[in-house]
Ligand binder design. Structure first.
Ligand code: B4P
Length: 190
């Protein structure tokens, strides 16, 4: 079973590369950002609570996203594997993911981190904000807060996977197809 964590700051290209990876490897794509936006568009209580935090560039509580991922793993018992996109975003989420997979006799194959500098991230997100309709992409102040949340709470997750010898970093600046090629080279070593 191939279980990949695609990692990187907001705007690094995780969602973009995930779309290409699911086609090539036939994996299930689990994006906590997409799942949360689904809850918001359905107007659920969870979605209403999450929206307040997301619009401010803050992380949603661990228990909420861990619960969503747990449900998705249960609903896809026959899957060939998963791409985790935007999850785990805290060390507590990484520990919970290991426990969830272990209970299914599975494990993370590796983490691939996309490295992109802050200036490029800000430009990409502002550009996407022009037509994505995502409130968290439209405002430079919110984008900077998202990058700060990433540096404070999410960056340490890389150390968690380094400690398990499962970490690889890739330059996330360049053509989408070129970056995809680098990612597939790493996956083919798993
Ligand atoms: P996400 O939906 O995960 O949003 P994201 O970090 O912006 O990444 P995304 O995948 O969408 O963007 P991509 O880099 O592909 O999270 C949104 C919010 O949800 C968070 O702030 C948080 O509040 C909440 N949340 C989600 N998961 C959570 C969790 N686990 N715990 C707590 N809270 C959670 O693409 C960005 C742009 O760059 C696109 O326009 C793309 O076209 C462009 N791009 C991509 N690759 C490029 C390249 N090579 N060159 C030029 N542009 C490129």
């Amino acid at each position: 079973m191939l279980n990949l964590v695609l990692f990187g700051p907001p705007g690094a290209g995780k969602g973009t590369q995930s779309q290409k990876l699911i086609e090539k490897y036939g994996l299930i794509h689990l994006s906590t950002g997409d799942l949360l936006r689904g809850e918001i568009s359905q107007g659920t209580t969870l979605g209403l609570e999450a929206k307040k935090l997301m619009d401010e560039g803050l992380l949603v509580p661990d228990a909420v996203v861990i619960g969503m991922i747990s449900n998705k793993l249960d609903a896809n018992k026959e899957a060939k594997g998963f791409i985790f996109d935007g999850f785990p975003r805290t060390v507590a989420q990484a520990e919970a993911l290991d426990s969830l997979l272990e209970s299914k006799a599975s494990a993370i194959s590796g983490m691939i981190a996309l490295e992109v500098n802050d200036q490029e991230l800000e430009q990409r997100l502002l550009l996407r904000g022009k037509d994505s309709g995502r409130p968290d992409d439209a405002n430079p102040e919110v984008i900077r807060k998202r990058i700060k949340e990433y540096n404070d709470k999410t960056a340490p997750v890389a150390g968690y996977y380094k400690g398990q010898n499962k970490f690889t970093s890739i330059n996330g600046i360049g053509s989408i197809d070129g970056i995809f090629g680098e990612i597939t080279k790493v996956i083919d070593t798993y």
